[in-house]
Design a protein. Structure first.
Length: 329
């Protein structure tokens, strides 16, 4: 009989894990389950261990990985409940670069967190499958294999190109896979289950670009985006009325990397709610006739967004509407 994560291999039950590291988040879960167990931001808060949390910050310590208790040691804050707490001197760092894992020390902290807090089971009990970008270099692949076998003692380890998995997930072994992620968009031909690496085309436009387009759009509309953590309370106001809110008293020494990260999350939320892709070739008149969506900003200001919804995304398709120099390369 097979258990809840039942997967039989040679008659034995194995709880194989899947890790999908991306620029925006890392997805981790059991093979054969429909959704990942966790979707963890691909950034880690790194701050001095000496900081003693005040009463307000006393969220359960579960998500904090403390490497040691020595004074100069650093503390790592992983996942939203820990990362989104304003903490003095906590810098936000990522372990990804150009679609690959780049900072291995930080990535180890993330894997420690995955095994101890998400999977909650020893790594040596679970075969691991990792996805990788087709252009991942050989040293990076070797390093990952070494880490999984030597540090985590994985009983089996497999690396698959994410384009191949995307094709299989859609029931095809031959496909042209277009993957729009946070930091880039790629088009990769997959033939009979093999990704044609040399034919891969990449563009640096992705979700992050949409967030920066949103920033530009709101700045042009003179709408001030405030980060959620800076608001203590807000009043109910009418549409397009000036926001009335009480700012929150924040600890001193918040780093700009953390503030920028939190603000980016806010712009992303705006994009997720408001942005819309035109189903046909973009046309101002049709865009104007599509119903608008309502969006309330953290400070309480709210209004409807109409044709702007398409302007955010059209830059990905229509060169004249933004980033003309950034085509597929
Ligand atoms: N509904 C949505 N509308 C627009 N962008 C979205 C939406 N959902 C997710 N995104 C963007 O997609 C990106 C994440 O895509 P994903 O493939 O998970 O990235 P990665 O593999 O690089 O981690 C983020 O930039 C996110 O803001
Ligand atoms: Mg991705």
């Amino acid at each position: 009989m097979s258990g809840p994560n039942g997967m039989l291999y040679g008659g034995d039950e194995i709880g194989a894990l899947v890790f999908d590291p991306g620029h925006h988040s890392l997805r981790v879960g059991y093979a054969q389950e429909d959704t990942p167990k966790a979707d963890i931001p691909a950034v880690i808060g790194v701050g001095p261990a000496t900081h003693i949390p005040d009463a307000e910050e006393k969220v359960p310590d579960g998500n904090v990985t403390q490497s040691a208790t020595k004074k100069d040691e650093l503390r790592y804050y992983i996942d939203v409940t820990e990362l989104h707490v304003p903490r003095p001197n906590m810098e936000v760092q990522t372990y990804m670069k150009d679609g690959q894992i780049d900072n291995w020390d930080l990535f180890e902290k993330m894997l420690d967190y995955c095994y101890s807090k998400v999977i909650r089971s020893p790594s040596e009990h679970h075969p691991a499958l990792f996805t990788e970008a087709v252009w991942t270099t050989r040293p990076a692949r070797e390093k990952l294999a070494e880490l999984l076998f030597e540090k985590y003692q994985a009983p089996a380890f497999f690396l698959v190109k994410n384009a191949v998995l995307a094709a299989f997930a859609n029931g095809k072994s031959t496909a042209l896979v277009v993957d729009a992620g946070a930091s880039q968009t790629s088009a990769i031909p997959v033939i009979d289950g093999y990704a044609l690496t040399s034919a891969a085309a990449r563009s640096p436009l992705g979700g992050d670009h949409l967030a920066s387009q949103a920033k530009l759009l709101l700045a042009n509309m003179h709408i001030h985006m405030l980060p959620l953590y800076s608001i203590q309370s807000k009043e109910v106001i009418r549409e397009r009325e000036r926001a009335r809110y009480t700012p929150r008293v924040l600890p001193a020494g918040l780093t700009s990397s953390w503030q920028q990260y939190m603000l980016k999350r806010q712009y992303e939320d705006f994009v997720h709610t408001v942005a819309q892709v035109s189903e046909m070739v973009y046309d101002e008149r049709t865009a104007a006739s599509v119903p608008g969506v309502h969006y309330e900003f953290p400070g309480g200001y709210h209004q409807d967004f109409g044709p702007e919804r398409f302007k955010l995304t059209e830059c990905l398709f229509e060169q004249t509407l933004g980033a003309p120099h950034l085509g597929m390369c």
